[in-house]
Design a protein. Structure first.
Length: 179
């Protein structure tokens, strides 16, 4: 929207996380795990032939099932990877799963500390419980709740700095000078 950055783009480009450790295999795994978990979180079952084709990701899905049947009992995603637009701060995002009271982000592998900023950005201006479920791929899970109200302020500072940086980069490009 209007060349506004995504939440992930702001966090990455402002140096909060480095994606050079992400690879094609991890991207494939994440995409499949997110799809399977969205089906489950909406109260549906994954087709048996799909499970047969993707046995390698089932330990991640098993961890999600353990969380849904445990501490997240009763969670049912009403929206999955829908677009949110923050017009005041000029950014967009796509939260993984959400109902009317909870935002749930999924991470395959370890828990990244920067996800606090990500969930804060997604919940800006809305009252939501902010949770990240880390799925290490062994059938288990780690559930982390983000409740530091300063995370929203931190993300606002980042997105504003992102816009300022890009504004001055454009001026430098127009003037033919380099930074």
């Amino acid at each position: 929207m209007n060349n506004w950055p995504s939440v992930t783009q702001v966090i990455k480009e402002m140096g909060i996380f480095d994606d050079r450790w992400f690879d094609a295999q991890g991207a494939r795994r994440g995409k499949l795990v997110h799809a399977a978990c969205a089906i489950i979180a909406q109260g549906n079952e994954i087709a048996g032939d799909w499970v047969s084709r993707h046995r390698d990701i089932m330990p991640y899905v098993d961890g999600f099932l353990a969380a849904i049947n445990g501490p997240l009992n009763g969670f049912r995603a009403l929206r999955c990877e829908h677009e949110i637009v923050n017009e005041a701060e000029k950014y967009v995002g796509h939260p993984d799963q959400e109902d009317d009271s909870t935002l749930l982000e999924l991470k395959t592998g370890g828990y990244p500390e920067w996800s606090r900023l990500q969930t804060a950005a997604y919940c800006m201006g809305r009252r939501r419980r902010r949770l990240v479920i880390s799925l290490p791929g062994d059938g288990k899970f780690k559930l982390v709740e983000h409740n530091d109200p300063r995370d929203k302020d931190r993300f606002v500072l980042l997105v504003r700095a992102w816009h300022i940086r890009n504004e001055f980069r454009k001026v430098e490009e127009i003037n033919g000078t380099s930074i």
